[in-house]
Design a protein around this ligand. Sequence first.
Ligand code: XMP
Length: 544
Amino acid sequence: MSNRETTADPSLDTSPSSATATQADDAQGAVLTDQRILVLDFGSQYAQLIARRVREQHVYCQIVRHDITAERIAELAPRGVILSGGPNSVYEEGAPQIDPAIFDLNIPVLGICYGMQVACQALGGKVDNTPSREFGRAMCEFLDHDSIFRGMKDSEQVWMSHGDQVSQIADDFTVMARTSTCPYAAIRHNTRPVYAMQFHPEVTHTPHGGQILHNFVREVCGCDGTWRLGDFADAAVEQIRKQVGDKRVICGLSGGVDSSVVAALLYKAIGSQLSCILVDNGMLRKNEQKIVIEEFSNHFKTDLHVVDAEDQFLSDLAGVEEPQEKRRRIGYAFIECFKSEATKIEDAHFLAQGTLYPDVIESGADKDGPAATIKLHHNVGGLPEELGFELIEPLRDLFKDEVRRLGLELGLPEQLVWRHPFPGPGLAVRCLGEVTREKLVVLREADAIVVEEIENAGLYRETSQAFAVLLPVQSVGVMGDARTYDNAVAVRCVNTDDFMTADWSHLPYDLLARISTRIINEVKGVNRVCYDISSKPPATIEWE
Ligand code: XMP
């Protein structure tokens, strides 16, 4: 997921291209299902979460813009429609609205929070600012235990997050649930398949929210829950073969999960027509180049081109301290290296990228998808069209957790599939200030110790990202009888579901002690280790 806003950088152009726009349609082929649920995105931070929760029910789910027309929905023929929450007030001028003709399609609709308010307003109800705004857990009384609330107890905890709420419902609605401050916590239409709730069933703070979504997609919408990643892989392979024919595809490998899964999928589809390029920018972790080479030249027997570009990257970064400038230079250098290697592969026609569904949504590349957000997707793999390749993005319909499961299905080792994410600019953003070869040696060793100790403690899968940061700080120490004046290393370890927010990991003290002792003893040039106890926000996960 693209989580960091980057400055506008021409080398990282991810604007929707004609190539990606047509692919949005083509890619649907790999989805292979006539049973889909659409989420209309009214600007909710939870729209993607709703889609993931629906997919956990083995039902394909796609996020679309809130102002999609009823006509287009009829064309897409979903089994059901979910209206997401959103930050606006429905009664304000310019607030996102819904095409009311959607309610005449006879397709089941579930409105959540703002989605409820917009549905109620469109169907004759009234929405007002709540005297007591509700943010947090609330006890909800369920008056109806049928349809979407089958299996719910009389009283259950739900998660509320709203300033407005429905203050009056039209005559043809029935109340299904209420809280002490919200008389219309859930309602349903008496004659149309329209349901709405003020609380959020998609978040884990609504413990039985999954049951509600299950009831909606499986019972109300009649989806049979047969969408499986294995089928997706078979369909994607077919799709790739059809698209590629006998032409050659280039795939950039980074050692990360996404590019590895793309390569494995392509390899399964077209075998020897695949060429992989690994640009070693000198900012990789310890042994990373070796691991990728072993995996992709031994196991997959792909045509692998390794570009050793450490010298070029280091010289481009010489003297540069400003973080965005470092990123920019790395982005340009990557494109230069990749381009020069790619043009040596004579018959190459396609360029494969590990674009994921959140990137597609956030960059606005899907013509039915929500408008682009302010974020630019920051993978340095965003190569410009001028390279002249046709793009192929076989993961563009998948979320990260689905990509990992697909990787396992394709035979990638667990170790690779569960690797913590690693930023495109690599160790450069963890070596604060100017990057030099000497500093990278120190950082690489310290980082390897952090990861090794966390693995040994059995905590690697429980943590989301763990790494070392080399600080641009020297401090006084004493080693043996001698005074030292050496570097400080920060250890960063976070837990997160989506990398948008993160908490620092509460690692056991003895583990922290082992990490610290080993780094100071084994890594020459370090005499102090600190543990970063800042959450995101206000800090970010990376230090630069
Ligand atoms: P921050 O530091 O923004 O990081 O909290 C959130 C997640 O994004 C990763 N990250 C990047 N990934 N290119 C990438 O491919 C980048 O430039 C980049 N910057 C941050 C970071 O490692 C974390 O997983």
